[in-house]
Write a protein that binds this ligand. Sequence first.
Ligand SMILES: CCCCCCCC/C=C\CCCCCCCCCCCCC/C=C/C(=O)SCCNC(=O)CCNC(=O)[C@H](O)C(C)(C)COP(=O)(O)OP(=O)(O)OC[C@H]1O[C@@H](n2cnc3c(N)ncnc32)[C@H](O)[C@@H]1OP(=O)(O)O
Ligand SMILES: Cc1cc2nc3c(=O)[nH]c(=O)nc-3n(C[C@H](O)[C@H](O)[C@H](O)COP(=O)(O)OP(=O)(O)OC[C@H]3O[C@@H](n4cnc5c(N)ncnc54)[C@H](O)[C@@H]3O)c2cc1C
Length: 665
Amino acid sequence: MAEVDHLAAERATARFDVEEMKVAWAGSRHAVHVADRMARLVASDPVFRKDNRTMLSRKELFKDTLRKAAHAWKRIVELRLTEEEADLLRQYVDQPGYVDLHWGMFVPAIKGQGTEEQQHKWLPLAYKFQIIGCYAQTELGHGSNVQGLETTATFDPKTDEFVIHSPTLTSSKWWPGGLGKASTHAVVYARLITEGKDYGIHGFIVQLRSLEDHSPLPGVTLGDIGGKFGSGAYNSMDNGVLRFDHVRIPRDQMLMRLSQVTREGKYVHSNVPKQLLYGTMVYVRQSIVADASKALSRAVCIAVRYSAVRKQFGSQDGGPETQVLNYKTQQSRLFPLLASAYAFRFVGDWLNWLYTDVTQKLEAKDFSTLQEAHACTAGLKAVTTSVTADAIEECRKLCGGHGYLNSSGLPELFAVYVPACTYEGDNVVLLLQVARILMKTVSQLASGKQPVGTMAYMGKVQYLMQCKSAVSSAEDWLNPDAIQEAFEARALRMAVNCAQNISQAASQEEGFYERSPDLLEAAVAHIQLIIVTKFIEKVHQEIPGHGVKEQLQALCNVYALYILHKHLGDFLATGCITPRQGALANEQLGKLYAQVRPNAVALVDAFNYTDHYLGSVLGRYDGDVYPALYEEAWKDPLNETVVPEGYHEYLRPLIKQQQLKLSRL
Ligand SMILES: CCCCCCCC/C=C\CCCCCCCCCCCCC/C=C/C(=O)SCCNC(=O)CCNC(=O)[C@H](O)C(C)(C)COP(=O)(O)OP(=O)(O)OC[C@H]1O[C@@H](n2cnc3c(N)ncnc32)[C@H](O)[C@@H]1OP(=O)(O)O
Ligand SMILES: Cc1cc2nc3c(=O)[nH]c(=O)nc-3n(C[C@H](O)[C@H](O)[C@H](O)COP(=O)(O)OP(=O)(O)OC[C@H]3O[C@@H](n4cnc5c(N)ncnc54)[C@H](O)[C@@H]3O)c2cc1C
């Protein structure tokens, strides 16, 4: 803990119990305790140092990632950490690497798509790191369109093997993390061909490298795809390229839980929806929503603390200048992001519950909630990652010039985070999936079919299509029912408008294509409704701790009214509220910002992040920003010598030449 706390005065103004807010944020006292222990374990270990990361070359950075992963594994084994603890440790190490894909996609793919026998064979090897796996789906030519993948897996009944082949350049696997340099195995997605027929995309376990010397196996060509956006950042990951030249694998390395190929080469599909093939992506999408709240809360923590330390203008009679956090513009840019971090945290918890529930139902062969799981994971992944990526950049700007320094932590956080808008499904492609399900639901309303789950509100179509908001004062917007109704009416009316417009097109397909920009907005409105609803539900629960519930209530209102203000055009165009009611919402928002202001620093303290995890001189817990900034600058390799390399070659001759010219005048 810091000796001098420059933010002590800020912490003293908090009107709630921060320790109890930590529990609300983490989910339980146990979760606070475990996260705290793992964060400190990582922060106190010199191997996990990361302050020099942006200065390492790509090769050094990759080797550093291998070193950290090996050391982390050693600590996990030595300390006999549980799976929960090990995963937290992985998160606090905070360096993307092959382990993420090994644990996050390779293992889940085998669990979800492998038979019991296959799981018994492969999972123990993966659990003990006797093999390292990745998830090789995307190709040079196709990522979003999974059905368009070109790699082939042709069954050869003579040898009881599949022949894995890359027939074209565009069929080269391209992007899989951990593939480039680390993995020994991959779950490869390829078109299954047997008895001369193409049965579409299926998963296969393929060994890529020797377990003796790590060299590629015969017929396998592979490497890293090259440097990526930003310094440090995602460059610690070896995203790879992979080509197969008629590589043979035994038949039992096809993942056969969903469909099988018999010894004779007959294709048999189990009686389950074929979309279960996409199960690993659904799993990762729900975990990405939880990650969004982490990345956003980190950025917000840095920006709030620094805004409380930073002073500009406003000095009276030689007194102190104004903390930039006191500027209303700073508050109106920053506090909605603070509220969004909490909103994403709670909707992430709910999504995790939904995912677990759906998984249990699938085990019991109940597929009724598969569509709901797809719509919620795809839509929430898209909205939370897009908002978070934009918010990190906004936090950088909120920190002024110093935010642009690597030592602020924000440039690397942005660079490492922004591909989340693309991986696990491009956000636009995912929102169009949500829109398709919305249109299907609207079209079924006429037949009297009652929508369920997060679409249930659409069942109130008669009421929601004509209701008028009763809000007549700014305070009325503090009523959760008023907020809920406005968000439901807006989402439903946007969806119904789209459906009506589509129905006028020559075909459903053409209408969907023409109206896709509107459909995106309708999908976003539906997802924002889910986030608002889950926040309201959270605040309705019993929440212990002095003032904690009140603060969450305020943040919930900030989140909802900020979205309403930002998307006012939608609410007005659909006639859900009047311009006057829109103005009242904005008025209430200003009052809420004033309420959040004295609690802002304590609200980010509740995230309970160590300085190591934040990795920012601006976001330090003690607020002692300036000495840290000054010290950090001297660590740059450019400052290792007073006179720079290149002086004698380029600077001195230039200066001397000019001096000579001048002396001749
Ligand atoms: C340090 C050491 C530590 C060690 C620690 C050890 C301990 C570890 C402990 C625990 C570990 C946990 C670790 C977790 C870590 C997690 C980290 C993860 C890191 C993530 C890094 C990211 C890396 C990125 C990976 C990738 O990007 S993989 C590739 C992803 N690709 C995509 O997402 C492609 C997107 N495209 C699609 O999904 C589809 O093609 C499509 C767009 C959905 C279209 O598909 P198509 O088949 O053409 O379908 P349609 O015709 O549109 O629809 C038909 C039908 O299907 C329904 N549908 C579609 N998708 C789904 C689905 N997913 N589920 C259910 N239903 C679906 C759709 O609604 C239609 O339905 P109807 O017919 O009814 O209308
Ligand atoms: C850092 C990173 C890590 C990754 N890791 C992995 C991995 O481990 N394993 C793996 O298999 N893959 C991985 N990927 C690949 C990733 O899943 C794909 O890049 C992603 O699914 C997007 O697909 P794409 O690249 O084909 O984009 P494209 O689909 O080509 O997108 C290009 C543009 O076209 C638009 N577009 C595409 N289709 C439509 C449509 N139907 N309607 C409207 N607009 C459309 C998109 O919105 C986008 O603007 C990774 C990618 C990145 C960046």
